[in-house]
Design a protein around this ligand. Structure first.
Ligand code: CO8
Length: 374
């Protein structure tokens, strides 16, 4: 058995940003247009008017201030209301592969590794661009990696489940090192015309290099343990998948074809499930709350994270102990906790303990307990 370690992380952040104010202006213009178009039906009581969205509501309900996206103009055009991404020919990199390359190169540089030294690629994400060939195999080919690759989807827990899969393969000796990547094109799965959820998501890609701890070239994170849990629920569901390519009103317009949730129910159910999961994982590893220097949680909702942080630590976490990035990125599905880990771990010292924890559709919960070395 070999001890697995995280030796590098990388984040690809799309350049384009949509603030809450910009988003609300676009949504309200869309609502006004639809209400004018259907004025007669609304007046006859056959249809409810679409109410306006509000930037104040978005911030107070979620803590989100802005989001990065691959295409801002399509999302903000009241006639379109979805990202417009250039269709890719089969002989050029797909969108997810392109995002993955940027994040992967950063993670490899952080680990001090060349891509040909990696033994396997896992692309773990909620939002897949196609069914097959696997995005991971495309990334593998683009980076010149021998060995194999496969895709995984456990919604917002894809990255932690991907870390567990990688760590288990390294432990057993089937591979020496793994590149685990999370390209999340959440904007293509979000229903930007639904006021209840149009503010939730953003786009990003994270990457993590895992290898045998004994092979690490510098400071690294020993993986002390991983734990995954799933429990079926329809409270977060998407029945179709990638990309609405047609213009508003010109497609079979089933609401279930994009992201759907029962947000209130999710909120109520998530806090106990995640808190119990983390408590049990810590107990199994003999980790006390007082030992935990940092919690890198899934980034969906600030209030939810504050509650989970308090339950796990047994007190209100000090500023910096449970860093949030959702104010800048919104919910980036599986990548959120990895962005937090990547951006808020450099300052930690030799022997410090931290926990990455994701939670998402499925339901799914994944935790990774890490100890800094070096
Ligand atoms: N602008 C203005 N008003 C609005 C808007 C808007 N954009 N949207 C809704 N409102 C109004 C509603 O009409 C409603 O009005 P009224 O009270 O008069 O009926 C009022 O505001 C409250 O609406 P909601 O009940 O929908 O709002 P919430 O307070 O519940 O907030 C959230 C919505 C922020 C989405 C909240 O439900 C939430 O965060 N839920 C948690 C789930 C979550 O984070 N989902 C994100 C994606 S899924 C994910 O990342 C995984 C999460 C955890 C998985 C669990 C695994 C174990």
């Amino acid at each position: 058995m070999y001890a697995p370690a995280i030796t590098g992380t990388g984040v690809f952040t799309p350049e384009e940003v949509i603030t809450n104010d910009e988003l609300v202006v676009a949504f309200n213009a869309y609502a006004d247009r639809m209400n004018a178009e259907h004025a007669a039906a609304i007046a006859a009581g056959e249809m409810e008017p679409i109410p306006h969205s509000s930037a104040d509501f978005i911030f107070s309900a979620s803590g989100i201030e802005q989001r990065h996206v691959l295409n801002k103009s399509g999302v903000l055009d009241p006639e379109i209301m979805h990202p417009v991404l250039r269709p890719r020919a089969d002989d050029e990199p797909g969108v997810m592969a392109e995002m993955a390359l940027d994040a992967a190169r950063k993670a490899l540089a952080a680990a001090g590794r060349e891509s040909h030294e990696i033994g396997a690629v896992i692309v773990a994400a909620s939002n897949h661009e196609r069914a097959y060939p696997a995005i991971a195999v495309e990334v593998q080919q683009l980076l010149g990696i021998e060995g194999f690759g496969f895709d995984m989807n456990v919604a917002c827990s894809s990255a932690t489940f991907g870390i567990q899969a990688a760590a288990d393969m390294i432990r057993s000796g089937s591979v020496k090192s793994v590149l685990m990547v999370n390209p999340e094109i959440c904007s293509a799965h979000l229903e930007w015309r639904d006021r209840d959820c149009h503010f939730i998501f953003g786009d990003v890609c994270t990457a993590v290099v895992l290898e045998r701890a004994e092979d690490a070239k510098g400071a690294h994170w020993d993986v002390l343990g991983t734990r995954c849990l799933t429990q079926f629920s329809n409270n977060i569901r998407n029945n179709n998948g990638f990309l609405r390519r047609t213009r508003v009103g010109q497609m079979e317009d089933r609401r279930d074809m994009q992201f759907m949730q029962n947000g209130r129910k999710v909120f109520r159910e998530v806090v106990p499930i995640v808190s119990e999961h983390l408590g049990a994982h810590m107990a199994a590893l003999g980790v006390e709350a007082a030992d935990v220097k940092r919690l890198w949680l899934h980034q969906a909702n600030k209030t939810m994270n504050d509650l989970i942080g308090k339950k796990v630590m047994g007190r209100v976490p000090e500023p910096g102990e449970q860093p949030n990035i959702l104010q800048d990125y919104a919910n980036t599905s599986s990548a959120g906790s990895i962005i937090a880990f990547s951006q808020f771990s450099e300052d930690m010292g030799d022997g410090d303990l931290g926990i990455i924890c994701s939670f998402g559709a499925g339901y799914s919960v994944g935790s990774v307990v890490l100890r800094k070395v070096g």
